[in-house]
Design a protein around this ligand. Sequence first.
Ligand SMILES: [Zn+2]
Length: 465
Amino acid sequence: MTRRARIAAILSAAACVLAPASSRVAAQVQPDLDPQIVKLVSTVSEERLAATLQKLGSFGTRNTLSSADTPDRGIGAARQWIFDEMKGYSPRLQVSFDTYQVAKQGRITHDVEVRNVMAILPGRTPRRIYVSGHYDTTAIEGGQESANAGRRGVQITQPKDPNAPNDSPAPGVNDDGSGTALTMELARVFGQSGIEFDATLVFMCHVAEEQGLMGAKLHAQKAVQQHIPIEAVLNNDIVGNDRGGNGIVDGATIRVYSEGPEDSPSRELARFVQRWGARYVPSHHVRLLARPDRFSRGGDHSAYNQYGFTAVGFRESRENFSRQHDPRDTFEGVSPAYLARNARVNAAAAAELALAPPPPAVVDDRGQPMINKAPSGYDAHLRWTASPGAAAYRIFWREAWGPDWQHEMVVGNVTELVLPNTLIDDLVFAVAAVDASGHESFAAAYVAPPRAASDVQVVKTPRER
Ligand SMILES: [Zn+2]
């Protein structure tokens, strides 16, 4: 095709989209909700979540350095119960321990074997969507409330002998029994759904989060080494309580934190969670926060970010710090009904992601965004790489000062689009892949990479030479 013919084809594709008679393209993409996802979301059980929370609390402590060989108490009994439980949900789930030998370092007082517990639901393709929490717990003198107020107490959980098991009470029903119960419940409903997903789903219960995100780091590190294609991580940590320690109650919203810079893949994943959460769980509002996490606090999603993966962190909207990292983190401090709503938002987002094609690539092999002002010099000319399984693409755009998409349009199975007389300097654009049933990926945004500084050479004086 000549350059002129190609541009004509692009313009006609764009015109076709812009014209009101574009119903042929629109008809390929059903705007309605997918009844399979509606059903899946509805099968999340508040009663099961409550039972799992109580069982997790019953181990007394799940400290990474607690007893590994005591029946019904400590990390060893807890991880075996999580393993057996997930294995029992469905023969489709491949349940395993993701085991590492960690050397003494930082808050790890002796060499120790640590085990993430993971359940894999294989999809048609190897690309992976994760839902996660951390099953380990901790307790510190005075809890998180004292730490917030600047009163850093002595660690009560560290026994004098660094080699002795740390079995001080740390029930961790909310931190992070809530994220663990949510992850396990989604393993159950996805495993039992009978739905064939395009992506492989991984339900991951991390360990050693309280010692510096170690379980998540070890897994992310391995994923980089083994080229495991992790597309998105939905991490849940402290998502079960709706009563703030300051008396403010909010059971109708959940926070989602995402690492920048603006329009990073993690930010687009966060926008996706809000968009699809609102459709499938309209009573629950996803509040997006444009920062990696809360002040001075961390979570496992950041470990994935550090290794280059796309990941967001879910956090309850109103925390009760007096029950965190404290023996008072018990079942009385959580709301299974609130946790169920947060689980449903996760289920909707994970199902939509795993049924949709992967997001298209919008950068070329040199890492440059494939956007310019051709053909007139005043147009928006977007190109992207076709996403396997896509039947159409959804284009989003907004003014370059502002967080929320203002416009969207569906185009057919094309890989470029010209919007005539549209100034790319003032707008942010992104593209999502859509399959024939309307399942949509998270978007890939056109972002100019930062320019490295380069020194200007100046003429040297005779003395400097
Ligand atoms: Zn936590």
